[in-house]
Design a protein around this ligand. Sequence first.
Ligand SMILES: Nc1nc2c(ncn2[C@@H]2O[C@H](COP(=O)(O)OP(=O)(O)OP(=O)(O)O)[C@@H](O)[C@H]2O)c(=O)[nH]1
Ligand SMILES: [Mg+2]
Length: 296
Amino acid sequence: MFGKIRDSLRKTREALVEKVSSIFSSTAEADDTTIEALEDALLQADVGVPTIHALLDRLPKEARATGAGLKEALRQRMMGLWPAVPPPEGPPPGPWVHLMVGVNGVGKTTTIGKLAAQRKAKGQKGLLAAGDTFRAAAVEQLEIWAQRAGCEVIRQAEGADPAAVAFDAVQAAAARSLDFVIIDTAGRLQVKHNLMEELAKINRVVGRALPGAPHQVTLVLDATTGQNGLSQARLFTEKVPLTDLVLTKLDGTAKGGIALSVAAELRVPIRYVGVGEKVDDLVPFDPAEYVDGLLA
Ligand SMILES: Nc1nc2c(ncn2[C@@H]2O[C@H](COP(=O)(O)OP(=O)(O)OP(=O)(O)O)[C@@H](O)[C@H]2O)c(=O)[nH]1
Ligand SMILES: [Mg+2]
């Protein structure tokens, strides 16, 4: 598992390091031109402007004061950005209910499959709720992952109310004393009011099936969409209480700097990153490995 985050950052690192390696290796003191070049490189990697300010403001002065050099000073600043990842709460009285949300095609269903397989490997039993009732193919895709993870899928007819599917799944899991339910949802644009209300409804209805549920609400963000991920996260968090994030497709992008913006500006912890399409390609997010992978 070790090294997967670092490997997935190859493209981002190459884009960044190509531009900044001369800056870091220069023995001359950093000046305005150096800082501008760093700023450009971070912008290219899709770190947002407020975060770039947080990283670079008075950085040369700090580097001189500590004598650590510009690269180390930047590394320290990056390490200071991450919100603490709260440990998953203790086992609830009943199944752990996990709701997965996000815009279209970000990797929700794939991430659910990977998480279900990881839970199975720990000896847990659970259900997957086919809350994407919008596309027939979505249920089939979930069923393929469910088979691999040895879980059953709770589904209803195409076009059914996703909140009803989620309610059924949570009730069924509680009745059978299972360990977990993971609820898939259809992709939705954060600006579509009705679909966002539907998500709020799923969240409410699940709480009626089992008080305290959902215990985890994860927004899946596609790292390749860059800064748009920030506005997605802001609007989703207005509708459902996000507990954490999964950043997918870190392997496919030179814009992996988005994780820094998410950390600095949203204060919602990244719990996992997706580094490929296979079942093992979901790893716990490790800020130190991420920062080292970026600055190499
Ligand atoms: N390279 C890479 N591909 C990924 C990752 N996660 C998901 N994918 C791919 O992204 C595509 C979309 O994944 P899905 O899981 O169907 O995404 P979704 O959010 O469920 O999509 P909708 O249900 O249509 O909104 C698939 O081809 C996945 O294999 C990842 O971490 N890395
Ligand atoms: Mg899906």
